[in-house]
Design a protein around this ligand. Sequence first.
Ligand SMILES: *[C@@H]1O[C@H](CO)[C@@H](O)[C@H](O)[C@H]1NC(C)=O
Ligand SMILES: *[C@@H]1O[C@H](CO)[C@@H](O)[C@H](O)[C@H]1NC(C)=O
Ligand SMILES: *[C@@H]1O[C@H](CO)[C@@H](O)[C@H](O)[C@H]1NC(C)=O
Ligand SMILES: *[C@@H]1O[C@H](CO)[C@@H](O)[C@H](O)[C@H]1NC(C)=O
Length: 407
Amino acid sequence: MDSSSEEDILLTATAVCCHLITSKPKKKWTKEWLKKRYQLSHINLLNELSLEPSDWRNYLRMDEYTYFKLLELVTPYIVKQDTKMRQAVSPNERLTATLRFLASGMSYEELKFQTVISPQLLGVIIPETCKAILMVLKDYMKMPETEAEWRTIAKGFEERWQFPNCLGAIDGKHVRIVPPPGSIATYYNYKKFFSIVLMACANANYEIIWCEAGVNGRRSDGGAITETRFYKKLNNHDLNIPNKKEPQNSTKDLPFVFVADEAFKLTPDLMKPFGKNALTPERRVYNYRLSRARRVIENVFGIMTRRFRIFNTAINLSIQRIDLVVLTCCILHNFLRRSGSNYSDYELSDIDDSTSTVEDNIPVQGIIPLNVINGNVSNDAKFVREEYVQHFNGEGAVSWQNERAFI
Ligand SMILES: *[C@@H]1O[C@H](CO)[C@@H](O)[C@H](O)[C@H]1NC(C)=O
Ligand SMILES: *[C@@H]1O[C@H](CO)[C@@H](O)[C@H](O)[C@H]1NC(C)=O
Ligand SMILES: *[C@@H]1O[C@H](CO)[C@@H](O)[C@H](O)[C@H]1NC(C)=O
Ligand SMILES: *[C@@H]1O[C@H](CO)[C@@H](O)[C@H](O)[C@H]1NC(C)=O
């Protein structure tokens, strides 16, 4: 962590101040009210919210217990020494400011009123705290490294969503941004706003197993995945994905695949739905079964955008910092998912109902889907998809699929 940047700001401010002194009557560089942080900031409010767990959770998007667990983890990385001149902003104030920034989508200019911290200093504190969060929570988001780990994921999809040999549900979304000066065209997407693309893959339990932010908005279709490190590894067979030919117990002679929506290109290891023009009753069944596995990632995006309202705004930071902030939301999502902190009503209603239909998807407001990609599909890919069609209409059929097969 770069501990000098905060002092830099103070020094710059002091330099400006001295400069002003020589030319103008004495002018203070800190507004009076900003000096009364202890008296005026929302930390006082939080002390009161402690008595109202649901308000606390609404304010910081996690319960008090989880908040203090996170604070304990990040404190060593964000604590600063007091100086003779002033008391340092405490880790509690830093983490609270950062979580409010993510939860509210407010600009630094607006956030200064709650935090009683200058926008300039927030611009240092928030990225630093995000980096600390990513560091201390890094074990909460891990791409599987061994066949056994991939098989555990596949087991989850089979047990919970009745989709065998599924290694993850992949999706990408446009995240709205204010484009950096000078690179406007690069981030202008097919929906006529500025964005970066967030690609993510979830396991059956709504945890993100990998994500990458930062493909620019111009690459607006499902082909954006080909620019991710994940895809390069997949193509180079570097992911240690299990081989279907190995002896296994049961049906699972099906290939191992990821699932995605129509925006993506069908490949032998990435299954997508059949298009509307190519439907048969058997393919409808396949589409329905696929969509059940796939909606896991849809719901992850839905939960994240409800929890972190920064996704409902045009994020106004440098591109590197946008990536940082987006990844922080993703890792916090996993942390909260596993820390037993209950979801609130605004976050979800029914995600654990394993027989609910795709229409129950949580709507995703702040972020939009990728554009559909068309192109030639290999026969290998078609063959794999056909194997799944056969499976879902034969050995792998479930009693409830037919009633729900009209989607
Ligand atoms: C193998 O399959 C049989 C029958 O489907 C089942 O009873 C048994 O528990 C399975 N064994 C393992 C190791 O999964
Ligand atoms: C983005 O932030 C800068 C200051 O960092 C500000 O000058 C600009 O007006 C903001 N743009 C939008 C669209 O909010
Ligand atoms: C979650 O909600 C349930 C039921 O509403 C409650 O019993 C439980 O204590 C809650 N857990 C946490 C960690 O808040
Ligand atoms: C798709 O295949 C056809 C026939 O094989 C070929 O003419 C065409 O160029 C291909 N299109 C793309 C985008 O590769």
